[in-house]
Design a protein around this ligand. Sequence first.
Ligand code: GLY
Ligand code: MN
Ligand code: MN
Length: 439
Amino acid sequence: MNVADPALLYPQQLAVLQARADEALARSGRDHLLIPSGRRHYQVFDDRDYPFAVNPHFKHWLPLTTVTDSWLVHTPGQRPKVIYLQPFDYWHVVPEAPGGWWVEHVEVHVIRTPEEALALLPPVARCAILGEANSALGEYVPDNPAAALDYLHYQRSYKTPYEVALMRVAQRRAAHAHRAAERAFRAGASEFDIHMAYCAAARQDATEVPYQNIVALDTHGAVLHYTELDREPPATPLSFLIDAGASHCGYAADITRTYAMDRGSEFQAMVDAVDAAQQAMCAGVRAGVDYRQLHVDAHLSLMGILADFGVLKVSPEAALATGVSAAFFPHGLGHPIGLQVHDVAGFAASDRGGTIPRPEGHPYLRMTRVLEPGMVVTIEPGLYFIDMLLDEVKKNGHAGSVDWARVDAFRPYGGIRIEDDVLCTGDAPENLTRPAFGE
Ligand code: GLY
Ligand code: MN
Ligand code: MN
């Protein structure tokens, strides 16, 4: 028996979601929880649709990411009802008949038009409906009661064994593709061709991966969300930063690696130092640890590396206090991940609402909670040579903190980021990404 088999884990997943839904209904004073899968969006004045993004609440219950105009209905004490649209349509491939590990655990109703759902939904006055406005069907207009959403989003931080099993598959898919991308880089491919090699190896196209691939050669690595994909490679590529994931049943992997073409270069040595520091940070993903502290500690650790390489001329503590460290590490250490790459509730103070603020001076941190077993977070420290931010260092009177000749030496390489996805447990953390690269 494979203990990580989603089919075996699904009944527990369903039981957890039913219990959470019961509580969400109690808190919002409703009797039924309705989750529309979502409807297609069209480009303005056009009949062209955008890639369909299913309602994350829907794919929490069901491993379905492509069915539109369908509904999940939860009523306490009853089997979940799935209203599944399988239209008569000879223009498109329609969703297959319901199949898979989930079917036997729910009550399935196949409908042929979206409106047929109306006869199957419970009385609207007693429903909490979670979704976006364009999922409305007649009187069934998503109302997203805050008490229900606060609770469900908070609880979504605690991944079940079923969810972790699906996330592991996404990790393996992404890691395999990262290997292919590195080979393409070393063969001298352009960003566009590396991206294509990645997608081919992941067996996922640009609309299926969980976020736009960042495939950055040389100085492009200094653009945090670089998504341009140059069609021609540089004459002599120096470095490669790739931030790319994969999806499985709606769950995301989010992985970054950085490589120097010359394995003996000083830049590769700096990459190796960041990699070692990143693994130490991953080891800090332990129950009871405040993620904000991990983030601040990461600043000190990264500034220690810059000092070792002669870029920083002051202590890590001084660089942090003056804001110089934020010029080299200008984003957050990471974020929750799961059904969304940037998963919900990273700032949630409780399951009844409230926000845990970011530490002052760290406006881009996406996770401020204390870690607990079941949470999955990314750990993604980086060091970049970004002229716009380094100019600020000079303007703010801190030019003396930096050896600018050393900055000049590293600038052509752009930047470094190393990112893994890490599961917090009751004991040692489990890095979901590293073993996937080992396979
Ligand atoms: N790939 C986006 C991020 O790392 O947050
Ligand atoms: Mn990330
Ligand atoms: Mn990423």
